[in-house]
Write a protein of this length. Sequence first.
Length: 289
Amino acid sequence: MSIQGEKLQKVLARAGVGSRREMEKYIDANRVSVNGKVAKLGDRVEETDLIRVDGHTVKIEEKADRICRVIMYNKPEGELSTRKDPEGRRTVFDRLPRIDGDRWIAVGRLDVNTSGLMLFTNDGELANRLMHPSYEVEREYSARVFGEVTNETVKNLLRGVELEDGPAKFTTVTPMGGEGVNRWFNVTLNEGRNREVRRLWQSQDAEVSRLIRIRYGKLELDKRVPQGGWMEYDLETVNYLRKTVKLGRETQTKLSVMPEKRKDKRAKINQIRKAVKKHNQRVKPTKRK
């Protein structure tokens, strides 16, 4: 399969530089060149083109050259979802495993005060589609809400409200207990706009005091994995995600294809916990301002 005539941002995403959306921003910011000329949105490239991002040559790959990998990360509060922070604060990428000649791409973001399930992949096209609203991949959050929540409040959130960036709504709102004006709700929605869950509740004069993402599609947060820990998904799970966004099946994996015994699963979780503890001892905690 030749890449001839493919859009530049799609080729860069497949090369693992970032998601297609991120690459569009790079191109728009004049950070990408093709054959020595500054690239522009809409450019298409061929196999023989020399592509650079921030002056660094990008190795162009055919789709079949990369084994699609996906990991689950249990994000703690206090970590940024950016790759690097000018102020030196902790980011979600600090703890992820290194992959030779490749890089992890975040499937969406969680704000600094939100914890829970984040997905990372080395396949830019998969990341782009999982984030794109047209595929309506459901996200579920557990939210502790401060304020009066009435039946009318819930109806408004399900019916939809107008936010500054357009209409938004929850697809489900499920009470999960609590006392007084501090109550827990599980909520679902089919897109991932910036701070959307918090802004929806704020539109009803309620504040989210704690927010945890507990599901993405059918993939649930594995509570055995401690905060700051990660686990790689098997081939079956990778192909579930690919099928969800209408991508072809992956046939290879970096993991063992042998059935995992219970004692091996326990050993893996213990190994993750030890790695998290070791990292926490090595890295100073971020000071909250």
